[in-house]
Design a protein around this ligand. Sequence first.
Ligand code: ADP
Ligand code: MG
Length: 363
Amino acid sequence: MTIRVVARIRPVHQTELEKDIIVKVGGIDGEALTLVKVPNPKNEHEDFTFQFSSVYTEAAEQQTIFNNEVAPTIKHLFSGFDVTIFAYGSTGTGKTHTMRGGKALAERGVIPRLLSGIYRRSRKLEKDSKGQTQVEITLSYYEIYNDKVFDLLEPPEKRTMAGLPLRDSNGKTVVVGLTERSCDNLKDFEKLYDQANVNRSTSATKLNAHSSRSHAILRIGLAVTTGDETRISTVSAIDLAGSEDNRRTENGKERLVESASINKSLFVLAKCVEAIGQKQRAPYRESKMTRILSLGQNNGMTVMILNLAPVRSHHLDTLSSLNFANRTKRIEVREVENEPIFKGCSRAVTTVTGPSIQRQPLR
Ligand code: ADP
Ligand code: MG
């Protein structure tokens, strides 16, 4: 199974001009929209064309993105597989809109809709089993900023300068000391999530600047218990930092250090994607974000939503994102079924059931 890569193009803002729209979409022979076309900056008469599993235009609603791209992963999750959903794109292209979205019902992003879907399925499973099966849902939410991990379920005062360390555990990377909250309904989730998002922005002096330079990772744990047997699987929903190349903008010194670091993790991610494409060893360990994301390692079903702005002011970032996405869509992901844990057995065992790319073992 490869990573499913889909593109979503945001609407033009009021301050932007229709005549500056350079990103076009198309289909093959009038089929579904799967092509994104962007002019060659050196020769405007020539278009670069990129193909994805799906392409969503500015007319696509939040519900459509969720129904098509995220809802199908819920079944997978309940079958004991892990799921990773991440948004990639430069700042201002709609990553947070896609993942978190707005407060109004129609504006809700994929994360609250995903939780809603998971709760609904859990209730149904519990009811259909006549109480034989219980589902427990836990949440962790953290950000990676300047290559340091900070818990977003804790108030910012509790942060230490160094952030939380990472550790390898059974082939997965875990954050040591991260809060894990049990959360059994959507209302409680929304409270936690809203507070955590406040924690995310108040820890910064310049609100938007901070959130566009940090990666936000929500980890939803699902534990389904029937009798002695518990099956655990997780979803990671990730709003990555802005992928823009800050070397092109004139930044102050402080900003340069930070953007160098942001660029570093996204740069390492690009190197990983490149290495995987060439069946070489990927340098995951060069940044915390890539260690955690471990693309093509153990992430199970993986969906990348590439967010794009349609206008000329984003031209070069749009092309660089499209090139990245083009390489990402070729990555094979392993479908690792999480084996049930039995009472009295301390260690979960994992088996590889899907194809995996040939690579040196990393750990
Ligand atoms: P990012 O997180 O990638 O920096 P945002 O999600 O903050 O970008 O989006 C930038 C702005 O564009 C926000 O005001 C957001 O509400 C708006 N926006 C993005 N995508 C859409 C969309 N599909 N429909 C309507 N507004 C959008
Ligand atoms: Mg954002």
